[in-house]
Every structure is written in C-alpha cells, then in structure tokens.
Design a protein around this ligand. Structure first.
Ligand code: FES
Length: 238
C-alpha cells in the first residue's frame, strides 16, 4: 500500500460527543478500515460492529457524512470532503456506545409487522408447491435478499418523526411473506401492517429505496401492502 495524506476523521460517539482523529490514508481503504485503524492505533475503547467485511452480514452500517452506508463496502476516497469525513452511529436507533446502536427496536418491529414465517404444515405433509413463474413469487423474491442492515431504517424520515412506524425493512419482510405460497399468515400480516405504525404511515419519500445497498425496493413493497390492506378492508366491510 502507498502512504498518502492524512485524513481528518470526526467520529460521533453518541452522548459523549465527537472526536477528531488523524488517520493515514491508503489506496483501497474503506470507511470500516478507517474506524478499525482508530480503534487499533489510537483508542482501543472505540466501539463499533462488523463481521464479514464483504457486504453480507449488514452489521457494519453507520452514518457517513450524514448518509447511512455499509462501511465495509464504502471506499473512503468516494466520500471524502477534501480530506475530511464524519462517521457516526446509525440514525433512528438508540446508541449503546460510540458507533454501536441497539438493534432491538429494529427487530422488534419485524415481529410486530408479523415478518416471521407462519407455517401450517407438519413434517409429514408434502412440501408446498411453489410456482416460480407466478407474480406472487416474483414479488416475494424481490425483497428476499434483505440482510437486515437497517440502512433503510436509518434513512427513513418517517421513522425519525414517528418512532412507532414499523419502517421499511419490517414492512418489506411482511410483503415478502404475504406473497410466499409457503406462508399461511396472510390475514395476520395484513392486520399487523394496517394498524398503528403500519404501512399507511409511509409518505412515499423513497429514501429506503434510494439508499438500500442491495438495491432492493422497500418503497414498492410498502405500496403493495397499502394496496392489499385497502382491498382487504373493503372486502371485509361488505
Ligand atoms: S461487515 Fe458485513 S456487511 Fe459490512
């Protein structure tokens, strides 16, 4: 690696405030590399999360210059403002320490949205047939690659203004299951996502889709839920 200029790295450390670190810049350096350098060379108490380093686990998400990103897949050279960068904990989640946030509210909302499989078969039943070419399967497959990184949740202004809102990831998961031939919880899901904090809180701003590092489209999933909950409402009202 070729040593080059020094980076001015501001790390927002939750309630304890921000600190500025001088970090050597190298070729092919990611934002996660920068955070790791600070932890390994200056302050071993700096707390943050990562696991895979290759964009598979989703645990390294942080705010970089105010934008939620996977830090392991973001090259520092792409986000520098001059030689400066600001790194902070994900928005919309409580900070545990430094760059590590409490993910419980995020996953609690998956459960509240019924984003959990509702099976109806036993091990003795034949496997449910899945029509790979159907529109439902296509809708289910569209969001299946979500890795729960919560970048969309951090990007969402509706979550910021309404902490009860279930958020794009949980609603996208509910949409995936609603369209899955193997899931038998259709009405349970529709009831969960049409209640307080449900899909109708979404203002269709679309930050979730704009920032998803996996190029998924939670906005489309939420639009699908809005349609299906409205249909269900009118069907039941008759
Ligand atoms: S460390 Fe796993 S996605 Fe970044």
């Amino acid at each position: 690696m070729t040593a080059s200029p020094t980076l001015k790295v501001t790390i927002e450390r939750g309630p304890s405030g921000a600190e500025v670190f001088d970090v050597p810049q190298y070729d092919n350096q990611t934002v996660l590399d920068v955070v790791s350098w600070v932890q390994q060379n200056v302050d071993p108490t700096l707390s943050y999360r990562f696991a895979c380093r290759v964009g598979m686990c989703g645990s390294c998400a942080m705010m970089v210059n105010g934008v939620p990103r996977w830090t392991c897949r973001t090259h520092i050279s792409k986000v520098l403002d001059g030689n400066a960068v600001t790194i902070g904990p994900l928005r919309n989640l409580p900070v545990i320490k430094d760059l590590a946030v409490d993910m419980d509210p995020f996953f609690d909302k998956w459960v509240a949205a019924e984003g959990i499989h509702h099976g109806g078969l036993t091990r003795d039943d034949p496997i449910a047939p899945v029509d790979e070419g159907s529109a439902e399967r296509e809708a289910a497959n569209a969001g299946i690659e979500c890795i729960n990184c919560s970048v969309c949740y951090a990007a969402c202004d509706t979550v910021a203004g309404n902490p009860d809102y279930l958020g794009p990831a949980a609603l996208q998961r509910a949409w995936t299951l609603l369209n899955d031939a193997k899931d038998e919880g259709r009405q349970t899901i529709l009831d969960a996502v049409s209640g307080k904090g449900g899909c109708h809180n979404c203002h269709s701003i679309g930050s979730c889709t704009a920032y998803c590092p996996n190029e998924l489209d939670p906005l489309a999933a939420i639009a699908g839920l809005k349609r299906e909950t409205a249909k269900s409402f009118f069907k039941r009202g008759r």
